[in-house]
Design a protein around this ligand. Structure first.
Ligand SMILES: NC(=O)c1ccc[n+]([C@@H]2O[C@H](COP(=O)([O-])OP(=O)(O)OC[C@H]3O[C@@H](n4cnc5c(N)ncnc54)[C@H](O)[C@@H]3O)[C@@H](O)[C@H]2O)c1
Ligand SMILES: O=P(O)(O)OC[C@H](O)CO
Length: 339
């Protein structure tokens, strides 16, 4: 039996942890909110993050990180991007003390502002310097609400080490979630992170009353700029962006009411302020963090990211949405295909 410590017990961490226990693994959840841990332990529910749903009854929750990771073969990071480095820094001395080297899997989707690092870079830096092979990223069109209902789902697991990607594929797969392996760790992470920014833009268009053509144009041109950033700055493979972690995740996040990023965008389009939206969401809106990192990259490198930049200005510079759309449509003519 594989022992798995799930770090982060919000919506995705709880659902993945419960699913992994259903798959026959020995799972413990780690989270920093005592009330959430108590509710999981006593009632097997997590009502703030996952309404009307029960976890596998064999999944305990704890706020004690050492207790959670002792004996673990695999640590699954399902934290908001801004918490990953903090928790990773706490994990490192515990693993050193225990003398163990579990596989690190990340389900977090984001780019860290300031460092402009992907999650696998943060985990490598903080836990296993110079050993990317011990890291696997899982990403794809998957909402906790759907997987909790055992909806059919397909997800990519990517690693620079094929055996480790295959191991995760085997542990995580079941008869309703199908995992595909991929060797482009960076491309998979970039797709999963930046689609959140495009999903905010998709929500903005809906909030403003635009229709299907606008949504399709936004998603297609959004994929073009995700690919441009991935290939030009991060060294990703262009083909990855036509897979589950690219176009697949972009489709679900730009069209689903389950998407927090899409809902945040819709509220922005309706005139609400980002601070109010994030506070009332009560769950992480990753695109609002990642757009800062993308903005920093655009400032430093010569990468054309017009949609992401417009989202940044609406979120952080009080830009007028109608004016941004007017500017976007009025840009100089360009060929469709270019990096
Ligand atoms: N929800 C989904 O359907 C889904 C699907 C795929 C990927 N993801 C990604 O997974 C990541 C987590 O998303 P989520 O939806 O579970 O978020 P969430 O907001 O539902 O939950 C976040 C959890 O992290 C915990 N947390 C925050 N800071 C912490 C800290 N410093 N120490 C310990 N715990 C801390 C919170 O207490 C909470 O339990 C995000 O990057 C998201 O993009 C989510
Ligand atoms: O709810 P969102 O917008 O954070 O999206 C969650 C997942 O990334 C969808 O695959």
């Amino acid at each position: 039996m594989t022992k798995i410590a799930v770090l982060g017990n919000g919506s995705w961490g709880s659902v993945l942890g419960s699913m992994l226990a259903d798959n026959g693994n020995d799972v413990v959840l780690y989270g920093n909110i005592d009330a959430v841990n108590e509710e999981i332990n006593q009632h097997h529910t997590n009502s703030h993050y996952m309404k009307d749903w029960k976890l596998n009854e064999n999944v305990p929750a704890t706020s004690n990180l050492e207790e959670a990771i002792t004996g673990a073969d695999l640590l699954l990071f399902v934290l908001p991007t801004k918490a990953v480095r903090i928790v990773a820094k706490n994990v490192k001395p515990i693993l050193d003390k225990l003398g163990t080297k579990p596989l690190l899997v990340t389900a977090t989707k984001g780019i860290e502002p300031g460092s402009k690092k992907l999650i696998s870079d943060i985990l490598t830096e903080e836990i296993y310097p110079n050993d990317t092979d011990k890291i696997v990223a899982i990403s794809g069109p998957s909402h906790a609400e759907n997987v909790a209902q055992k909806d059919l789902t397909a997800i990519t697991c990517a690693s620079t080490n094929e055996e480790n990607a295959k191991l995760v594929q085997k542990l995580f797969s079941n008869n309703y979630v199908r995992f595909y392996t991929n060797n482009d760790l960076i491309g998979v992470e970039v797709g999963g992170a930046v689609k959140n920014v495009i999903a905010i833009a998709a929500g903005i268009l809906v909030g403003k009353g635009y229709g299907d053509d606008a949504k399709a144009a936004l998603m297609t041109r959004g994929l073009a700029e995700i690919t441009r950033l991935g290939v030009k700055y991060f060294g990703a493979q262009a083909q990855t962006f036509s897979g589950l972690s690219g176009i697949g995740d972009l489709i679900v996040t730009c069209t689903s009411v389950n998407s927090r990023n899409w809902r945040a965008g819709k509220q922005l389009g309706e005139g609400k302020h980002l601070d109010w939206i994030v506070e009332h969401m009560g769950q992480v809106v990753e695109g609002a963090t990642t757009v800062k990192a993308v903005h920093e990259l655009v400032q430093e490198k010569d990468i054309d990211m017009p949609i992401s930049e417009a989202v940044y200005r609406v979120c952080y510079e009080n830009a007028d949405v109608d004016e941004e759309i007017k500017q976007m449509m009025g840009r100089s003519p360009k060929p469709e295909i270019r990096l």
